[in-house]
Ligand binder design. Structure first.
Ligand code: GDP
Length: 199
């Protein structure tokens, strides 16, 4: 399977400006540099699916892509920009929270987490917020191939992240290990999304 056709539909400034048909959608979210663009390219088997969120001025918008004319992949603003002033981080939260809390067609959030580094507070905060608000999520661990020169290994980082989450939840969200370098997890993620769409 692949994302055969990925067609940009629109950028929205608010949840209520998003497309109004009832196609199911997945929102893709994570820290900047987590590997979001690389992963989408791997899913699409393309060199470059132009992510609108990478274009200047579009970074703070909700970007809808129609996949295979049947469901949406939604590119949300990244969080935790190292250089963004605190006020920009605040904007992200109120704006994105509005989307999560009001979007009825949202099937699940794909929360991207960099497995090549130990658990980061900002990712845990995000996962905890989604969990507290009963927003369905799948943890998509990225860069699982990355071992060289690292003090910690991806599998240890993933285990530690899950341990930290378990302190808050009895039921752990679905999770998938991926690598855009080796293609690990690609088919699993596509299958996972198609299963969730049909339930
Ligand atoms: P984005 O800002 O989340 O869209 O992240 P990018 O897709 O642009 O990736 C950020 C950096 O991480 C780039 O230097 C990528 O080459 C690297 N990267 C992304 N995915 C992987 C991966 O699966 N493995 C490794 N080793 N590097 C990755």
């Amino acid at each position: 399977p692949r994302l055969k056709e990925v067609e940009f539909v629109k950028s929205s400034g608010k949840a209520k400006d998003c497309p109004r048909d009832d196609r199911p959608e997945f929102a893709i979210l994570g820290r900047s540099n987590v590997g979001k663009s690389s992963l989408i390219n791997v899913l699409a088997r393309k060199k470059e699916v132009a992510l609108t969120s990478k274009k200047p001025g579009k970074t703070q918008l909700i970007n809808h892509f129609l996949v295979n004319k049947s469901w949406y992949l939604v590119d949300l603003p990244g969080y935790g920009f190292a250089k963004a002033p605190d006020s920009a981080r605040m904007d992200w939260s109120s704006f994105t929270k509005g989307y999560f809390l009001n979007r009825e067609t949202l099937v699940a959030v794909l929360l991207l987490i960099d497995a090549s580094v130990p658990p980061q507070k900002i990712d845990l905060d995000c996962a905890n917020w989604l969990g507290r608000n009963n927003i369905p999520m799948t943890l998509v661990f990225t860069k699982c191939d990355k071992m060289k020169g690292k003090r910690t290994r991806p599998d240890e980082n993933i285990k530690n992240f899950q341990e930290l989450m378990r302190q808050n939840y009895r039921e752990h969200p679905a999770w998938i290990m991926t690598s855009s370098v080796t293609g690990l997890g690609r088919d699993e993620l596509l299958l996972h999304m198609s299963q969730l769409r049909n339930y």
